[in-house]
Design a protein around this ligand. Structure first.
Ligand SMILES: Cc1cc2nc3c(=O)[nH]c(=O)nc-3n(C[C@H](O)[C@H](O)[C@H](O)COP(=O)(O)OP(=O)(O)OC[C@H]3O[C@@H](n4cnc5c(N)ncnc54)[C@H](O)[C@@H]3O)c2cc1C
Length: 494
């Protein structure tokens, strides 16, 4: 190349017009080609003024690293050129070898995180050979490099640096894996981001789907927050993590109880709120009373002038075996035999009850509870809040006539009480309850329990399924009474 260039300049060779493209062939020994490539890759060939070893304290900088597009074209340079030379020298000192052997040794040491290319190792070999630190020898027909005395002296002087580089080589497995997306958490995060972005870019995305996505993300965030903790928290986080994607369903375990009619006596009557009459019953017949679920119900039997007897459903608010008492809370509403009886109940009055016939125990991978209802649901809601395990998050949203109807539940659970005030006349209107639910975060693995006036319970359930995307198996909704109809409960509005 230089020859042709000189000819062109001196005029003794062929002349080219300005702009003519000339094909120039270069003939160089391999080692110089490699040096040339190395030179082109860096602004300067070798850093000066910092000694032959390690121009940077940790060996990082220009050099070779691990990146997404190839074994040595990384975004993050792991070793600079001087560090590579020291590393190559150190490895040859351990075991004489050729270029491929060295690449293999580095790959092996770094658990395949670093696989330098020949264009990285060859310049280092050339440099070391020219510096007299290694020499090529023929062993059984193969050319191998081994360290010379000069090389051993250089290594001895730079022992600490070599140790640091070796440590870096073997200790970079995690960061190397991270670069390659080898960390499962990073990979999963990127997947999640892509999936969410794709969904949200869709203009036709329905509100239901968006709510569902929000719920999944909220649940996943909670699970991730707990993932670093140990023991139970970690297990719960794993469960949440799984439920965030594919929630396992809760089950309602039905437990049958022997059905018998019991005659009880009123022990006390008190107010548990402006519109709630608390009646405490006792009697020997309570001996084998069993109620396993907070939303169990008993039948109460009341005399009726027309039919002889009427029955109504009530919740066993609290059963205390030790004191042999059963507490029942009656909503004080106008015009119904049960409400009338409670209003006039006195110490020593008799009341016949039956049941519970069975208990529906809600079980499964439930991490949170949301309990929604009106005043008739307060006994079941209160009992569930009180009976939940310590620390379990439970949010209650209860519609009552006024502040005097609010109740305080003593519980170890993480209870958040939300109250909604509306006149009893509006007890069949679902709008306000739904409006309040719209502002509530309901994550995956949250069981939503609803009991209210029939139309309200139905509308709330529909909203939860259709607008919030909550799977029906995560909801239990019942109409505890129906406006304008006597004894008109719907135990399951699904
Ligand atoms: C599983 C279950 C558990 C229940 N637990 C309880 C409980 O623990 N405590 C409780 O108070 N109720 C509870 N109820 C609701 C209760 O059974 C009904 O409210 C029942 O209708 C009351 O009977 P009543 O004789 O007073 O009125 P009914 O004779 O049944 O009805 C007379 C009139 O009163 C209206 N009415 C009924 N209830 C109300 C009300 N709450 N507010 C305003 N108007 C009403 C009816 O629409 C009708 O027009 C429960 C219901 C179910 C299904």
């Amino acid at each position: 190349m230089l020859y042709r260039y000189a000819e062109a300049r001196s005029g003794s060779g062929p002349r080219y017009r300005k702009g003519t493209r000339v094909k120039i062939q270069i003939y160089l020994e391999n080692r110089y080609i490699e040096m040339y490539i190395e030179f082109m890759r860096h602004e300067h060939m070798y850093p000066s003024g910092r000694g032959r070893f390690l121009p940077s304290s940790n060996g990082a900088g220009h050099g070779w690293g691990q990146g997404p597009t190839g074994p040595h074209r990384g975004r993050h340079r792991v070793f600079d050129r001087c560090a590579i030379r020291v590393l190559v020298l150190g490895l040859i000192a351990e075991r004489p070898g050729n270029r491929e052997d060295l690449i293999g040794m580095i790959e092996e040491r770094s658990a395949a995180v670093h696989v330098p290319g020949p264009d990285v190792i060859s310049p280092a070999l050339t440099w070391l050979e020219e510096a007299g630190e290694i020499e090529a020898v023929q062993t059984e027909g193969h050319a191998l490099f081994r360290v010379t005395e000069t090389g051993h002296a250089a290594l001895a002087a730079g022992q600490d640096q070599l140790a640091a580089i070796m440590a870096r080589l073997t200790g970079t497995q995690r960061s190397g894996a991270r670069d390659r997306g080898g960390f499962p958490a990073m990979r999963a995060k990127e997947n999640l981001q892509t999936a969410v972005r794709t969904q949200l870019r869709n203009d036709g995305l329905e509100t239901t789907a968006e709510h569902r996505i929000a719920s999944i993300l909220d649940g996943a965030a909670r699970a991730v927050e707990r993932a670093g903790e140990g023991g139970d928290a970690q297990r719960r986080a794993m469960e949440d993590g799984m439920t965030a994607v594919e929630p396992a369903s809760p089950v309602i375990r039905r437990v049958r109880h022997a059905l018998r009619r019991r005659a009880l006596t009123v022990m006390s009557v008190e107010r548990a709120g402006t519109h709630m009459i608390r009646v405490t019953l006792t009697g020997e017949a309570l001996e084998d009373f069993v109620s396993l679920a907070p939303d169990d119900h008993i039948k109460i039997f009341l005399p009726d002038p027309v039919n002889g007897e009427v029955r109504r459903d009530y919740t066993p608010r609290r059963h205390d075996r030790a004191s042999n008492t059963l507490v029942v809370d009656f909503v004080d509403h106008a015009g119904g035999p049960a409400a009338d009886w409670a209003r006039s109940a006195r110490f020593g009055d008799r009341l016949e009850i039956a049941g519970p016939k069975g208990s529906g125990v809600i079980e499964g991978p439930i991490s949170d509870w949301v309990l929604v209802g009106d005043e008739t649901a307060l006994p079941a809601i209160g009992r569930r809040v009180e009976e939940l395990d310590a620390g379990i998050p439970v949010t209650t949203l209860v519609a009552v006539p006024g502040p005097g109807d609010e109740q305080v539940f003593v519980t170890a659970a993480r209870h958040e009480a939300r109250w909604l005030h509306r006149p009893v006349d509006h007890a069949d209107r679902p709008d306000e309850i739904i409006a309040r639910l719209e502002r509530m975060v309901i994550g995956p693995a949250t069981f939503v329990w609803v009991a209210a006036e029939g139309g309200v319970a139905r509308a709330v359930r529909r909203y939860l399924i259709e607008e919030r995307g909550i799977a029906p198996q995560w909801i239990k909704a019942a109409g505890y009474w129906q406006k304008g109809h006597a004894d008109a409960s719907v135990k399951d509005v699904g």
